[in-house]
Design a protein around this ligand. Sequence first.
Ligand code: PAF
Length: 301
Amino acid sequence: MSVSTPTDTACGAATIAVARSLADLREWVAGRRAAGMRIGLVPTMGALHEGHLSLVELAAVDDHAVVMSIFVNPTQFGPSEDFDAYPRDEAHDFALAQASGVGCVFAPPAEVMYPDGFSTTVSVSGPSRGFEGAARPSHFDGVATVVAKLLLAVRPHRAVFGAKDAQQLAVIRRLVLDLHLDDLDLIEAPTIREDDGLAMSSRNRYLTEDDRRAARGLSRGLFAAMALADRGETSSVALIAAARHEMESEPRCEIEYVALVDAESFQPIAQLTSRSARLCTAARVGPARLIDNVPLRATAH
Ligand code: PAF
């Protein structure tokens, strides 16, 4: 296993292990387990930003040793999607991971994750239907397959995923239930936003200044609906209309969908109840396809 030297010795960060193979990964994890530590996993595709670092913080709670995977997973990109353009900057990612307290970065080459003859796909139906699943037909198969492989390779005590990818989270929750990974604590990390409300995303790097202004339409729309729900509105028609109205004030924000769904099943709902729901949206802004959501629940009035 290679061990990178600290890039920022001034902050006194400990060294970080970089595992490129499953054997190296397992050796690092086994060492921590032997020392009595529990393991937290943060799966990522790199291009790290503050949102990712907040996941690390949640993974490390109660002295968990943190493994972060950095792998731009080819199977979750469609043929016309941005796999080639997806931002990659290992040196920067490793430095950020190290400074945020990650103990081991698992950064395998594609042939380690998908060796010759690879033939297994983990396919979660239910919550993967519709919305992102409709727009990106093989996306959730790719996500579920790589996440299942990471969970089985690391067998973490806790794994942290961002609420920004709400449908992905619902798919992974279902996967964990269905594969009886009962000893795993699946943690949902709240969405981290820029000062102007834009949800942090590695794909925000695709936005020009003009795109960036238009992209604020997504969060403005969601917040408008949230304010309406706080005033007692429960109808999906009214909540969606409020979000759309705000988003449509940004002509460069091309809405794909705005939907109110049950947070677990990801099925559309007509009315907010005491169950946890999400108002979700996807929109194209310039070269980027952005998604965002807010949690909603009926408030007692
Ligand atoms: O959310 C992501 O970055 C990816 O979908 C994940 C969970 C790391 C799987 O490749």
